[in-house]
Design a protein. Structure first.
Length: 639
C-alpha cells in the first residue's frame, strides 16, 4: 500500500507542476476512506473504522468539505488533505478580498460535543466537517503536520477579538503511556503543548511568529494562515486509538476556515523529513540558494545513537543537478535532528521542474521498518512582478498608490520605479486627466529581473454647467441661475454668488439672487458626485449704476477761465452720447458727439454766439443698453 500511495502522490504532483506553478490545486474526487488510506496515512500506523460526520457510509462517498490539495500552495506543506467548514474548492487563490462562504453540500448545524466544547456556552456550531478513525501505532508516538487558515483573519482576530471564531481540533482517545487515558484530548497545540491553535491564539498580536498574513496572496484564498505546525502525542505500541479531526463554523455559517494536513505525515515513530528553503515551500531555485534537509526523530528516541539510511531518487541527478549527497546520517545521544545541506547546481539548460525524493528507512520499537519521504523541487530561475492597472473616475489631489506584488521569485525583492524610488509602492500624482504609464522593475534574491507596467487612466469629470439671466444689468439686479449640470451620481450642487450669499442643493434646480452693488461678481458652481469627484464652473455678473446726465443753466465765455464752456458736468454709466445746441430761432450752433465734449460759445462758422438763451437736446445710451433722452436750456452771458 505504501508504494501505491507514493505513486499516487507523485502522479498528482507531476500533473500539478506541469500546469505552471500558479497556485494551489484542489481535487475533490476521492472519498474520505481513500483520502485517509492513500493520502494522509504515513508509516508505522494501520487504520480502521473510518467515519465522516459519524457515518461509515458517508465516509465511502465523495464529500465537498474534504479533498486533496497540491500545486504551489506556498503554505509550507506541498500537498496533502484539506478539511474545511466550507466547500474545499474555495481554497484556490488568489486572495480576492471578498469573504469566502461557499457551503454547498454541507450540513448546517453540528452537534459534535468536542467542537461545541471549543465555543463559549450557547454559541451554535455550524457546517461541521468531522473525519475520524481508529488506528494502531507500531511505535511509541504519533505525529502529523498541518496548517490552519481562515477568512476570519484579520477582522475577527485580536485586536478585534470575537467569541464567534471557527473551531477545529484533533481529539485523541486511548491509553496514555505510563497510565491513564486520553479522552478526546485536543492535540492541536502550539509547540508549548499547552495553548490550543485558534484565531484568538495565533494572529498579528498574539503568537505572531506562527501567523502569516495572506492579504493579496495569489496561491490560496484565506486571508491568513498559520505556519506549519505539528500535532504529536505519546502512545502505546500496538494498542488501538481513536482520533477525530474536526472543524466547524461558529455562530453562523459565514467566513469559512480550513485545515491542511500534510500527505503521509500521520505516522508513528517515523523520521520526519523537513525541507527548509528560501522560498518557504519545498521548491528551490537552480544555482541560487541552498536548502536544508532536516531529519527529525521522535523526542522519545533521543537517548541512543541512531544511524538512518536514506535513498535519493527523482528526475534530478545526484552529483550533476546538485552536489553529491550521501546515503546515511547519524543521530548522537541527545540529538533529535540532523541537517544536511542541499546545493542545486546551475547547468544553464532550460528544463522543466526536477524532483529530488528523499526516502528514509528506520526500525521502530515494534520491529517494523518505517519509511518517510520528503520531496524537493528544483526550478529554473524565474521572477515575476505585478502592478495593477487603475481607472480613476476623475482627477484628485490625494493621488493613488501603485503596489508592486511579487508573483514569483525568491525573497527578498528589490524594486525600482521611474523616479528612483526603491519601495514596493509608489504614490503618483493624479491631479490631471489622461493616461499615465509607470514601469516597475523587480529583482529577486537570485538576481532574476522582471518588469511590469501599470496603466493609470484618469477620466475627466465635466459635470458643472449653468446659465445666468441676465448676465449684466443695472443696480439692483435680480439674476436667475438655471443649473444645467450632469445629474448622474451627483450628491451636491454648491453655489457661491460672489455677493456674500451662497446656496446648496442636491438636485439641479434653478436658484436666484439680487445684486445691490455695482461691479463684477464671479459666480461659482461646485458639483460633487458620490465618488468624490468635483467639477467647478464660473460666470461673471456685471452690475452697472443707474445712468444720469446733468448740465449747467448758464456759462460765461469771457476768457477769465471761470465757467468759460458749457459741459455736462455730472453724469454716470453713459457709453454713447449726442447733443445738439440751437439758438432761439432753431438754428444749430453746435453739436457734441461725446459726453465729455464742451461748447466754448462759438458757432459752427467760427463766429462768437450772441448772449442769450440757447436750447439743447441729447440722446444717450447706458452701459446696460438703456436709452436716455433729455433737453434743456442755458444762458450764454458775455458781459
Amino acid at each position: 500500500m505504501t508504494s501505491l500511495k507514493f505513486l499516487f502522490l507523485i502522479l498528482i504532483s507531476s500533473f500539478i507542476w506541469s500546469t505552471g506553478f500558479s497556485q494551489i490545486t484542489i481535487q475533490n474526487t476521492l472519498n474520505p476512506v481513500e483520502i485517509v488510506e492513500d493520502i494522509l496515512l504515513g508509516s508505522g500506523v494501520t487504520v480502521s473504522n473510518i467515519q465522516w460526520n459519524g457515518s461509515t457510509v458517508d465516509a465511502s462517498t465523495v464529500q465537498t468539505a474534504i479533498g486533496v490539495f497540491g500545486g504551489t500552495p506556498n503554505i509550507g506543506i506541498p500537498n496533502g488533505v484539506i478539511l474545511s467548514c466550507g466547500n474545499v474548492a474555495e481554497a484556490v487563490g488568489p486572495n480576492a478580498g471578498a469573504a469566502a462562504s461557499n457551503n454547498a453540500g454541507i450540513t448546517d448545524y453540528t452537534t459534535d460535543p468536542d467542537l461545541i466544547s471549543l465555543q463559549p456556552s450557547g454559541v451554535q456550531v455550524h457546517d461541521g466537517a468531522v473525519l475520524e478513525f481508529d488506528f494502531v501505532p507500531s511505535g511509541d508516538s504519533i505525529s502529523f503536520q498541518y496548517v490552519f487558515g481562515s477568512e476570519e483573519y484579520p477582522e475577527y482576530a485580536p485586536p478585534n477579538s470575537s467569541s464567534f471564531n471557527d473551531a477545529f481540533g484533533f481529539f485523541l482517545t486511548g491509553s496514555i503511556p505510563g497510565g491513564g487515558n486520553y479522552t478526546s484530548q485536543n492535540i492541536a497545540l502550539l509547540p508549548n503543548n499547552v495553548t490550543i491553535v485558534s484565531i484568538n491564539n495565533i494572529n498579528p498580536v498574539t503568537n505572531q511568529a506562527f501567523y502569516v498574513d495572506n492579504a493579496g496572496g495569489t496561491n490560496i484564498e484565506y486571508d491568513g494562515y498559520t505556519t506549519t505546525l505539528r500535532a504529536r502525542a505519546g502512545v502505546v505500541c500496538g494498542e488501538t486509538y481513536h482520533i477525530k479531526l474536526a472543524i466547524s463554523d461558529a455562530g453562523d455559517n459565514q467566513l469559512n476556515s480550513a485545515v491542511f494536513l500534510e500527505a503521509n505525515s500521520f505516522s508513528s515513530n517515523a523520521i520526519e523529513v523537513a525541507i527548509v528553503t528560501q522560498t518557504g515551500d519545498t521548491s528551490i531555485i537552480e544555482g541560487c540558494a541552498n536548502a536544508d534537509i532536516h531529519f527529525i526523530r521522535p523526542e522519545s528516541d533521543t537517548l541512543d545513537t541512531l544511524i538512518i539510511m536514506y535513498t535519493i531518487t527523482g528526475t534530478a541527478i545526484n552529483g550533476t543537478d546538485y552536489t553529491q549527497l550521501g546515503t546515511s546520517s547519524t543521530f548522537f545521544p541527545g540529538e533529535d535532528s540532523v541537517t544536511i545541506t542541499f546545493e542545486p547546481l546551475s547547468d544553464a539548460i532550460t528544463e522543466p521542474p526536477e524532483t529530488v525524493i528523499i526516502t528514509v528507512f528506520t526500525l521502530n520499537p515494534c520491529g517494523d521498518t518505517i519509511t518517510s519521504v520528503g520531496i524537493l523541487w528544483i526550478l529554473e530561475p524565474y521572477s515575476e512582478v505585478s502592478v495593477t492597472d487603475s481607472v480613476l473616475p476623475c482627477p484628485n489631489n490625494s493621488g493613488i498608490w501603485l503596489v508592486a506584488t511579487p508573483i514569483a521569485g525568491v525573497a527578498p525583492y528589490n524594486f525600482t520605479w521611474p523616479n528612483g524610488s526603491t519601495n514596493d509602492s509608489l504614490l503618483i500624482n493624479t491631479n490631471g486627466s489622461g493616461t499615465i504609464e509607470y514601469i516597475v522593475t523587480m529583482t529577486d534574491a537570485c538576481n532574476e529581473p522582471s518588469v511590469d507596467t501599470a496603466t493609470i487612466t484618469i477620466n475627466e469629470y465635466n459635470a458643472a454647467a449653468f446659465t445666468a439671466s441676465p448676465e449684466t444689468g443695472e443696480n439692483p439686479l435680480y439674476v436667475t441661475f438655471d443649473n444645467t449640470s450632469t445629474t448622474a451620481g451627483v450628491v451636491s450642487y454648491e453655489w457661491e454668488f460672489g455677493n456674500g450669499l451662497s446656496d446648496q442643493t442636491t438636485t439641479p434646480i434653478s436658484v436666484n439672487t439680487t445684486y445691490t452693488e455695482i461691479g463684477d461678481f464671479t459666480v461659482l458652481l461646485t458639483v460633487t458626485n458620490d465618488q468624490g469627484c468635483i467639477d467647478t464652473t464660473t460666470k461673471v455678473i456685471t452690475v452697472y449704476d443707474l445712468p444720469m446726465v446733468t448740465a449747467p443753466n448758464v456759462f460765461t465765455p469771457n476768457g477769465d477761465n471761470t465757467n468759460d464752456v458749457f459741459e455736462f458736468f455730472d453724469y454716470r454709466s453713459i457709453t454713447s452720447f449726442e447733443c445738439v445746441i440751437v439758438n432761439r430761432w432753431g438754428n444749430v450752433v453746435h453739436i457734441m458727439d461725446d459726453i465729455t465734449d464742451t461748447w466754448n460759445g462759438m458757432t459752427q462758422d467760427g463766429a462768437a454766439a450772441r448772449g442769450g438763451v440757447y436750447f439743447y437736446s441729447y440722446k444717450a445710451s447706458s452701459a446696460s443698453g438703456n436709452k436716455i433722452d433729455g433737453h434743456g436750456f442755458m444762458h450764454l452771458i458775455r458781459d
